[in-house]
Write a protein of this length. Structure first.
Length: 580
């Protein structure tokens, strides 16, 4: 019987497929004891599953790059270690060999035993490791189940699967997307989570907050995920299916129309030119950015070079990466952000200070770079050398006050003098900009503008620091909202201060590439948007529908909004007038 569940759209689109439920704590195990002659077979099955889980983790690590990799590698490492834990493995083997448990039952037993040990610990960190045990063992259990249900796999491959889970980790999403996953329905989570951001960049429809999903949907149910309307149809009718087919036809047409915009100029309906920049890290990003007509790279995060390495990347290694980026953009400006380690971005080289009580408010970004001038100078020299191959700008993350910019400039000056003595070619000028992601920097932006050649607003962090709300924490969904008036006022303030000082201001947080916010940012006066390359055509298309002059008239009302709900209502009314 047809059932309708509502949720919040985290990534638009539709998908028709069979449900695959992920309930990490649910082990449907066969508790019948093994016969003596089945033991060897069962041990082999268990070890195949363990190998498959190890292989999955290795593949995950190999597939992830850049910002994504730095977030998930640490947990992949922890899980890989657990999978090789001698005690865990011996315990499992003994249960099968001596206790005649089937593999699934042995895994469940080990999970329960270890969970009890961890739960009894006083240390909250060690206690929280219970989650890792759960996740690792579920991975092995899934691998085991996949061995037994070849028939199911065949079907799933034909129809495709839609994942139904409480939440999904970004690493798993990246992995499953590469294996034909069609969409995700999460019973909790927020549209601002890392997984939601990833779903958008993978073009994977996703709903969050579908509260009853896990209790209503069953494995193998045919479901229509409609992230255009924010709902899931369980057992869709012929009418639902024809709506889905109509959407498929329209979106194919839309895809062709968008592709034709690749070489079009970026202009609003009333002809105002807007610069579209890309947040690019990999060579694939650079290629997409160029193919879609980006005006340059607005944010190149350099952390991945440091996170990929066991030690520190050398000057030459960095130089080659930066030079390839500059040359890849074929003469268009490239904005290289200096190292932004710290907080959640831990490193392999041991630069990040350990044991900080509050790392998000600790020594991260430029604060960390200035603490290690020799390491920072290596990066600065590499950037200076790469800047001879095309126009480069340097962006400094987590700036709080002018003396940080002054110190960075001094280090650049000293590095220039050294390179000159070494007869190395140097660029004539190298604009230095500040990221605006700390509230103090936004409020006191005029003081920074005396020392910065340009600004880039990092709304991901700015929102989290202004609202004192971690964007990954779904319990704060109602607070972490980009339409919060305090945030809108700060963004407007920074943009207008930049304009008065005649210095460019771009915005490179997630909202820069989200068409829901394009009208808002235009109204606040933004002329440079930087985004994931997959969003470039969508934003160009949206800009062409918007009237810049008319939107600018709404700015005072938008920044006077009392609540994010008010701002949202106003924005909806504005877009209706524009379409009318
Ligand atoms: C931001 O904070 O908005 C930003 C673009 O930087 P990152 O996401 O790398 O912290
Ligand atoms: Mg940031």
């Amino acid at each position: 019987m047809r059932q309708l569940l509502s949720g919040t759209t985290a990534s638009r689109g539709m998908a028709l497929g069979r449900a695959r439920l992920v309930q990490p704590n649910r082990y449907q195990v066969d508790t019948r004891p093994l016969g003596e002659d089945e033991v060897d077979n069962e041990l082999a099955r268990l070890h195949r599953a363990l190998d498959a889980a190890r292989q999955e983790l290795r593949e995950l690590r190999g597939k992830l790059h850049g910002a994504l990799a730095r977030e998930v590698n640490e947990f992949i490492d922890a899980h890989s270690l657990l999978l090789d834990d001698a005690e865990l493995l011996r315990g499992l083997d003994d249960m099968v060999r001596i206790g005649h448990y089937r593999a699934g039952a042995a895994l469940k037993k080990q999970r329960d035993r270890l969970a009890a040990v961890f739960e009894a610990m006083d240390d909250p960190y060690l206690r929280s490791r219970k989650e890792d045990i759960d996740q690792v063992i579920s991975r092995v259990v899934s691998a085991l189940q996949r061995q037994t249900s070849a028939e199911e796999r065949k079907l799933a491959a034909r129809v495709g699967e839609i994942l139904v889970a409480d939440t999904i980790a970004p690493a798993d999403m990246a992995h499953l997307a590469g294996h034909g996953l069609l969409g995700v329905i999460a019973s909790s989570g927020s549209p601002y989570s890392h997984s939601a951001i990833l779903a958008r960049s993978l073009d994977l429809p996703m709903l969050v907050g579908t509260r009853d999903a896990l209790s209503t949907i069953h494995d193998d149910d045919l479901i229509l995920l409609d992230a255009e309307r924010g709902e899931t149809v369980v057992h869709p009718t012929a009418q639902d299916l024809s709506r889905y087919r109509a959407w498929q036809r329209e979106s194919a047409q839309e895809g062709r129309r968008l592709a034709s915009l690749a070489n079009a100029p970026t202009r609003t309906r009333d002809g105002v030119g807007i610069r579209l920049l890309a947040n690019a890290e990999s060579t694939a990003d650079v290629a997409t950015a160029r193919a879609r007509g980006a005006d340059g790279v607005g944010l190149y995060r350099t952390e991945f070079l440091f996170l990929r390495h066991k030690g520190l990347p050398s000057e030459d290694e960095q130089f080659i990466a930066y030079r390839d980026l500059v040359m890849g953009m074929g003469g268009m400006p490239v904005t290289i952000r200096t190292l932004d380690l710290g907080a959640d971005k831990a490193d392999a080289a041991g630069l990040v200070l350990r044991g900080e009580d509050n790392p998000a408010l600790g020594v991260r970004g430029v604060r960390l770079s200035l603490r290690y001038p020799a390491v920072f100078t290596t990066q600065i020299r590499a950037i200076l050398r790469a800047a001879c191959y095309g126009p480069v700008r340097v962006l400094v993350p987590m700036v709080t006050q002018p003396d940080e910019l002054i110190a960075v400039r001094t280090l650049f000056k000293l590095a220039r003098q050294d390179l000159k003595r070494e007869n190395v070619d140097l660029p004539e000028k190298l604009p230095l900009g500040a990221m605006i992601e700390v509230p103090a920097a936004a409020i006191n932006v005029r003081a920074l503008l005396e020392h910065a050649d340009f600004l880039a607003i990092g709304t991901n962090d700015l929102a989290q620091y202004v609202l004192a709300a971690d964007r990954g924490n779904d319990a704060l969904e109602n607070i972490y909202n980009p339409l919060q008036p305090a945030l809108l006022r700060l963004i407007a303030h920074v943009i207008s201060a930049g304009r008065r000082a005649d210095k460019p201001v771009s915005l490179c947080g997630e909202i820069g590439g989200d068409v829901k916010f394009t009208a808002l940012l235009l109204a606040l006066g933004l002329c440079e948007f930087s985004m994931h390359p997959s969003q470039l055509l969508h934003v160009r298309d949206r800009l062409a529908m918007l009237d810049h002059a008319e939107l600018r008239r709404y700015a005072p009302r938008l920044i006077r909004a009392r609540t994010h709900e008010d701002a949202e209502a106003l924005l909806a009314a504005i877009s209706e007038t524009m379409q009318g």
